[in-house]
Design a protein around this ligand. Structure first.
Ligand SMILES: [Zn+2]
Length: 412
C-alpha cells in the first residue's frame, strides 16, 4: 500500500493563493502524478494578489499598532486620512452614530454587508477590522477578508483584536490612517488528471481537493489532508481500473472564495453533463474528530452513506447541506456533490491559523476514513446504472442561493 499520508508532510508549508509557495505545492502534486505515469494538465487563472505599501495607524502622531491593508480595499493615498474615532458594536450601532469622515473600529474580521452599506452611506473615513485572539501575544494578520465583502468604497485595514481593545480603552479624539493596497495580479493553478473507465467511459466521477492555505497556516488539516486523500483514491483506482471515467482535480485559491473550482466549472461547463458526482475532501485525518459526509444531492444519497456506515461498522454523520468547499462549485452547476471530512471538536485541531499542525493528524484516522471513502466510490463506480440522480433538490437549490447571496434567507 502506498504511503499517501506522506503527501501531507511534503505539503506542510504556507501555501497562500498566487504565491511562490502555492506554485511549489503545485509542482509537488504534479510530480506525484508524473511519477505514477499519468498525464497532467495545469490550468492557470488570474487572481487579485495581496500587495501594499506601508500602512499605518497613528494616534497623537505616533504609530499605534500593526495594520494590514485589506485586499481590494480603497486607498487613503500617501497622505492618509485623519478623522475622529468611533467604535461600532453592531448594525444598530452603525445606524445610530454620526460617522462622517470618522475612522471606525468594528470588532470582527468578517463584517455583515448591511453594516458596510450603512458605513458607505455615512461616508466614513476608514474602517479598522479586528483579527486574532485577545490573549494572543502575537497576532498574524492576513490581508484577505471575506469573499463576500466589498471594500472598494472606503479604506479598510485589519488590526489585532488586542489593539482594538486598547483603542477602545483609550478612545482617542483623532486618529490617522494610511492604507495603500496595490492592485496586483497573481497566477494560481488547477491540476487535473484523468482515468478512462473500462465499461462506461462516457460517465464520470470527479474527485476534488484544494491545495492552497491561508496566510500563516501550513494547512495540514486544511487541506493537505484532502489532497493526500484524493491521491489515495487515485492510487486505489490505478490498482483497480474503474468502470466509469474519473477526473481528479487539485484546486488553487479555494481559501479566497472557491475561486479555482469556480473557474474550473465555468471553463468546463460543456463537460459537466458527463459528470455524475463530485466527491470532495476538505479537512480529514485529525486524531480527534467526527467523520462526516456533507451532501448536496438528493436525500437518498444521504441515507445510503449512513447505511453504508452501519454496514461497514464506520461511524459517519451524514447530512443534506452545503459544505463551504469546492464541491459547492459543482453542485451550483447541477452536479451532485458529497464532501467527506473529519470535524474536530472545539479546542481540538484548528484551521486558518498557525495552529493547523500536522501533529493533530493521525495516519490511523486518515486510513480509516480513506478505506470507507474508497468503498463508497467503488460501489458508485460499479453500479449497473449510476444510482445518484443528477438532480439538485429544491431545498438545496434554495441553500445554494443563500450561500452565494443571490437570495436572502427568509426570517422565521
Ligand atoms: Zn479548506
Amino acid at each position: 500500500m502506498k504511503d499517501n499520508f506522506n503527501l501531507i508532510e511534503k505539503l506542510y508549508f504556507e501555501r497562500i493563493c498566487g504565491s511562490e509557495e502555492e506554485h511549489k505545492a503545485r509542482d509537488i502534486i504534479v510530480n506525484e502524478l508524473q511519477v505514477r505515469g499519468l498525464k497532467v494538465e495545469k490550468e492557470a487563472f488570474t487572481i487579485d494578489g495581496a500587495k501594499s505599501k506601508k500602512s499605518q495607524l497613528l494616534v497623537d502622531g505616533k504609530e499605534f499598532c500593526q495594520v494590514v491593508s485589506a485586499v481590494n480595499s480603497a486607498s487613503t493615498g500617501g497622505e492618509g486620512v485623519e478623522g475622529g474615532f468611533a467604535y461600532i458594536t453592531s448594525y444598530m450601532d452603525a445606524f445610530l452614530q454620526e460617522l462622517k469622515g470618522k475612522i471606525c473600529l468594528y470588532h470582527r474580521r468578517y463584517i455583515d454587508e448591511n453594516i458596510i452599506k450603512i458605513l458607505t452611506e455615512k461616508q466614513i473615513g476608514g474602517l479598522l477590522l479586528c483579527s486574532g485572539k485577545i490573549d494572543d501575544d502575537e497576532t498574524e494578520i492576513s490581508p484577505f477578508g471575506s469573499k463576500h465583502n466589498d471594500f472598494s468604497k472606503f479604506p479598510v485595514v485589519f488590526i489585532a483584536i488586542k489593539d482594538g481593545d486598547r483603542l477602545v480603552k483609550q478612545m482617542p479624539q483623532l486618529v490617522k490612517l494610511i492604507s495603500q493596497p496595490e492592485r496586483s495580479e497573481a497566477k494560481s493553478y488547477n491540476i487535473i488528471t484523468k482515468l478512462t473507465g473500462s465499461e462506461r467511459p462516457e460517465e464520470e466521477i470527479v474527485f476534488t481537493a484544494h491545495y492552497d492555505s491561508v496566510p500563516f497556516s501550513k494547512g495540514s488539516y486544511d487541506n493537505a489532508s484532502g489532497c493526500a486523500m484524493i491521491m489515495k483514491i487515485l492510487d486505489y483506482f490505478l490498482d483497480n481500473r474503474p468502470k466509469r471515467s474519473m477526473r481528479f482535480i487539485w484546486f488553487g485559491s479555494e481559501e479566497i472564495g472557491l475561486v479555482g473550482s469556480n473557474k474550473y466549472v465555468e471553463k468546463h461547463e460543456n463537460e459537466l453533463s458527463r459528470i455524475r458526482l463530485c466527491v470532495n475532501v476538505d479537512m480529514i485525518g485529525v486524531t480527534l474528530g467526527t467523520f462526516c459526509a456533507e451532501i448536496t444531492a438528493e436525500k437518498e444519497l444521504v441515507n445510503y452513506v449512513k447505511y453504508l456506515g452501519y454496514e461497514k461498522g464506520v461511524a459517519i454523520e451524514t447530512s443534506q447541506t452545503i459544505y463551504s468547499s469546492d464541491g459547492t462549485s459543482f453542485a451550483d452547476k447541477g452536479v451532485p456533490a458529497i464532501s467527506f471530512l473529519n470535524r474536530s471538536p472545539i479546542g481540538g485541531a484548528q484551521i486558518h491559523c498557525r495552529y493547523d499542525k500536522i501533529e493533530n493528524l493521525s495516519r490511523d484516522s486518515f486510513e480509516k476514513s480513506g478505506k470507507f471513502i474508497c468503498e463508497f466510490v467503488k460501489r458508485m463506480d460499479e453500479s449497473v446504472a449510476f444510482p445518484v440522480s443528477k438532480v439538485i433538490p429544491q431545498n438545496m437549490l434554495d441553500e445554494l442561493d443563500y450561500y452565494y447571496r443571490r437570495k436572502k434567507r427568509p426570517q422565521n
